[in-house]
Design a protein around this ligand. Structure first.
Ligand SMILES: [Zn+2]
Length: 159
């Protein structure tokens, strides 16, 4: 369950009403939400593939900066060359789908997870959110992005 205070804070972070939050999946050291876990189908019936959603303003801004830096091309290359990363990314994709299906199986979403998994690197926000929610080792590209980020969950940068 998620508290009213958390929903209000996420609404403030996003600048629009937060929808479909099931729980806070990662928190800042100050206690505010950084990643929320969302329902695979919103109240109005819309399928919502992104199970883990990065909400903290400083985090989303830092990830956007990293995305604009050419890091995604670099990661796409690593994925092509590194068997271990590729295997880990496939496992991340499967565990993402499994966890989402535990909440609700949404046929429209089929085999679609998030962030470009399992073969593309398309949205670092989704991959970083996955790593933060499930911990280091759960998403190799998300982990690498976290290392490269000019941001840390261990330092409060809530604003
Ligand atoms: Zn904070």
């Amino acid at each position: 369950m998620v508290s009213d205070a958390d929903v209000l804070e996420v609404t403030r972070q996003l600048g629009r009403p937060a929808r479909g939050i099931l729980e806070v999946a990662a928190r800042c050291v100050c206690g505010r939400p950084v990643v929320v876990k969302t329902t695979p189908r919103l109240e109005d019936g819309t399928p919502f593939p992104t199970l883990f959603y990065l909400t903290q303003t400083a985090a989303t801004a830092a990830v956007s900066t990293l995305e604009a830096s050419g890091f995604m091309v670099e990661m796409q290359q690593r994925l092509a060359e590194d068997d271990q990363i590729r295997a880990g990314y496939l496992l991340a994709h499967r565990s993402y789908l499994a966890e989402r299906d535990q909440i609700e199986v949404v046929p429209e979403l089929n085999d679609f997870s998030a962030g470009g998994m399992p073969i593309r690197v398309k949205c670092l926000h989704a991959l970083v959110a996955h790593s933060l929610a499930k911990g280091e080792g759960s998403n190799p590209i998300g982990d690498l992005a976290l290392e490269a980020l000019d941001w840390s969950i261990k330092v409060c940068s809530c604003n």
